[in-house]
Design a protein around this ligand. Structure first.
Ligand SMILES: Cc1ncc(COP(=O)(O)O)c(C=O)c1O
Length: 409
């Protein structure tokens, strides 16, 4: 089987670390709190060369705390691109802001022309998302933000380690936000971070981080269990592993990437929280691989871009800087191709299958007005993601190419 998601970065060492926290009684006290949090924050500080770096339970919490640190007031407008995730909209609303959606370009990132049209005298913050690891049109967006006195948060949930003109994404704006969620560049199943050079903002973020509760013990265990569950369920997927994973999920033994309440635009009782020490221990192991996994993704994307010849498929624009966290193609009928691929043992991705994803989210709770970002709506209705993760080798890529090039012909 070939997987696009399902914790695709996890290594054997990550599994050993997770099992250590789950099975060794002397590690249970260190599940939530311990030295790995300080350790990972130091490592991120060195990686980004930023003086202020703080971790959180997730990217969405990091984003909410970034906005709270900026002391936005009720009704302040936060400009964010459509073709984003419901948890981004929730973070904005829970910090007290109103999301205002900006349309996108063909590279899946914010369209500067539409940004100008959406700015009002209530606009306070601009969130620049580097979708699928492709750097947004930074020069133009930053110039517009400066002209209108907007504070910039870069949403680097997909672009950890990606550079634009040799400078890391996340270091262009006032605050950089990162995610270590299950299918991200590197992953500890759950986690997020903020970086900033600004002392005043940095101190506010630190205060907010310290006021957060420790992560729930139950949720930490549920997310840690994903490591052994996927290690068993993925290789056996065709032989019952699929049902094994579905049952674990249904019985709430595994944590969710997005909870039902979040899709409805409602808060969950167990988050926001601090980052868990057990996840930080896994991230310490993963972090050293950032550049290697991003290089790997670029190579896989290059193969797709040169060898997909199917005229029914639109390829993403080429971008030398992108890590192509997921290589997103546009097709006439995404559900059909996903189902056809599954029959061939290929699980394609459906990230951003809606303008505010996932598609079963309540977009009116997210303050999105239908037809306000037509290009994003069109692209979302055609998007399918091909995998670029570290498990994709020559044999798997040949299988994917053979399926894709024959599809619909
Ligand atoms: C663009 C973007 N920003 C932020 C987030 C939130 O990250 P997390 O899942 O760690 O909360 C996501 C989630 O996938 C995302 O796609």
């Amino acid at each position: 089987m070939i997987f696009t998601g399902f914790l695709p970065n996890a290594t054997k060492k990550d599994l050993r670390i997770a099992l250590g926290f789950l099975l060794l009684p002397w590690q249970w006290l260190l599940l939530r709190k311990g030295r790995y949090i300080r350790d990972i924050e130091e490592k991120l500080k060195n990686y980004f060369q930023t003086p202020y770096t703080y971790t959180f339970d997730s990217g969405r919490t990091a984003l909410q705390k970034a906005l709270e640190a900026l002391q936005i007031h009720t009704g302040d407008e936060i400009l964010v691109q459509a073709y984003t995730c419901i948890v981004v909209s929730n973070a904005i609303r829970w910090a007290g802001g109103t999301p205002v959606y900006v349309d996108i370009q063909d590279d899946f990132n914010m369209d500067p022309h539409d940004l100008v049209l959406k700015i009002t005298n209530r606009s306070k913050v601009l969130i620049i998302q580097h979708t699928f690891g492709t750097p947004a049109c930074l020069e133009r967006l930053i110039m517009i933000a400066k002209q209108h006195n907007l504070i910039i948060i870069e949403d680097c949930a997909h672009s950890l380690g990606v550079k634009h003109q040799k400078k890391l994404t996340g270091t262009f704006g006032d605050i950089g936000m990162f995610s270590f969620g299950s299918d991200k560049v590197v992953s500890s199943m759950r986690g997020g971070a903020l970086i900033t050079h600004n002392k005043k903002i940095g101190e506010k973020i630190k205060n907010l981080q310290q006021q957060l509760p420790l992560p729930s013990r139950l949720k930490t265990i549920q997310h840690l269990l994903s490591f052994p569950a996927f290690a068993i369920g993925k290789p056996l997927y065709k032989f019952g592993g699929r049902y094994f994973l579905a049952i674990l999920k249904k019985c709430n033994i595994l944590g969710r990437i997005i909870y039902k309440r979040e899709k409805e635009g409602r808060e969950v009782p167990f988050y926001p929280s601090q980052y868990a020490n057990a996840f930080a221990a896994i991230l310490v192991n993963q972090l050293k691989d950032i550049d290697m996994v991003n290089e790997h993704r670029k190579k896989i994307a290059h193969v797709y871009s040169t060898r997909i010849t199917n005229k029914n498929i639109i390829l993403p624009p080429k971008n030398e800087e992108s890590n192509y966290l997921r290589y997103t193609i546009l097709v006439h009928n995404p559900i059909h191709i996903i189902q056809a691929a599954r029959k061939q043992g290929i699980i394609l991705g459906n990230w951003y299958d809606a303008v505010i994803a996932p598609s079963d989210s309540n977009i009116s709770s997210a303050n999105y007005t239908i037809h306000s970002c037509p290009h994003a709506e069109k692209i979302a209705s055609c998007s399918v993601n091909l995998p670029t993760n570290r498990s994709i080798d020559k044999r798997k890529i040949e299988k994917i190419l053979s399926f894709i090039n024959r599809y619909g012909n």
